[in-house]
Design a protein around this ligand. Sequence first.
Ligand SMILES: Cc1cc2nc3c(=O)[nH]c(=O)nc-3n(C[C@H](O)[C@H](O)[C@H](O)COP(=O)(O)OP(=O)(O)OC[C@H]3O[C@@H](n4cnc5c(N)ncnc54)[C@H](O)[C@@H]3O)c2cc1C
Length: 394
Amino acid sequence: MSSVEAPTTVESFRTEIRSWLRANLAGEFAALRGRGGPGREHEAFAERLAWERHMAAAGWTCVGWPVEYGGRGATLEQQVAFHEEYALADAPARVNHIGEQLLGPTLIAFGTDEQRARFLPEIAAVRELWCQGYSEPDAGSDLANVRTRAAFDEERGDWVVDGQKIWTSLAQDSQWCFVVARTEPGSVRHRGLSYLLVPLDQPGVDVRPITQLTGTSEFNEVFFDGARAPHVVGAPGDGWRVAMATLGFERGVSTLGQQVGFRRELETLMEVARRNGAADDPLIRDRLARAWIGLETIRCNALRMLEGVAAGAPGPEASIGKIYWATWHRELGELAMDVCGAGGMLAAGEPYDLDDWQRLFLFSRADTLYAGSNEIQRNIIAERVLGLPKEAKA
Ligand SMILES: Cc1cc2nc3c(=O)[nH]c(=O)nc-3n(C[C@H](O)[C@H](O)[C@H](O)COP(=O)(O)OP(=O)(O)OC[C@H]3O[C@@H](n4cnc5c(N)ncnc54)[C@H](O)[C@@H]3O)c2cc1C
């Protein structure tokens, strides 16, 4: 239980986090400004972990969780203010966002009292890091095709897991993984799946980092060979519902603060274009203006989504928002390369010593894939909003 009082107004909350960040992103933590994030998850990991624990000690993790679970009970507007101020301060990318923003809310909604008591304090204090075990070699967009299976061991009272996950971000640094596995033999598609919590530090788990072309490893293959899972979230066989709720959290509030980062990227790019003369090119000017308009559209949609979240669930606005921001960001990466010109194609050193614009260009390609690709979001909109016939599945 936290002793932190729920704040009263958005502005006082904003002022509070702003002054706390100003006072605390100093001394040993000052060098962490701007560190981490896509393409840089390996940067200063231990120091960013220490920073996040420092935030936890002051009650600045999990601000949107209810007070009884260790949060601040912040309203949606206050959460947005928190993420905006965090980005404005150029504070380092969070190392525990999967636990805080995906698993935590899922446990609050679907977990047992025992599970909440066991896991939420560890997430809030940043003592245990989590990763997301959904995708498999043949189950990415088509998540219902998962082959990882698990059987309940009556004697020991836990689950025995066998199979493989892939693209598991941060598994190499995590202690736990939430895993979607088939627990009813012979079941098909989204029936008969369960949402299991698997500790990674055990003999039946092998985490193998995937080395990217850049030489860094941000995600992993995770192999389960008789691994033990002591917890199932929700009823056994009802894992699809729980897994979809987690995805809703992933596409929802947690993405709202990123717009501050986007705005800063766009403003810096406009500055580069002014300096290097690219802004004199009418086509570049046109694209910069479109980018600015696009960002306003993203903001308006985000505000609409907030209303949906306040009413209970993000709904299809989350899919619209995901398509918009992911496509916008990918196009900003392309625009950045054109603003930089031919010189932008040269790496500073061997083999992939990337500058910020090159990193933006390369890593924003992933935005339209993870958390549901653009095509999958369009399918959701087609089926759930437009009422078009459901896609045929094999
Ligand atoms: C940076 C990054 C981090 C990730 N982190 C994680 C993680 O932590 N945990 C995790 O479980 N997964 C993670 N993923 C995996 C991610 O969820 C999958 O990449 C995504 O779901 C797509 O699956 P896939 O890669 O198997 O591609 P596929 O599903 O094979 O899709 C390939 C292409 O076909 C299109 N396509 C597929 N099905 C349809 C359809 N029905 N209609 C129209 N088009 C379709 C897709 O849009 C895509 O363009 C991560 C991915 C990235 C890029």
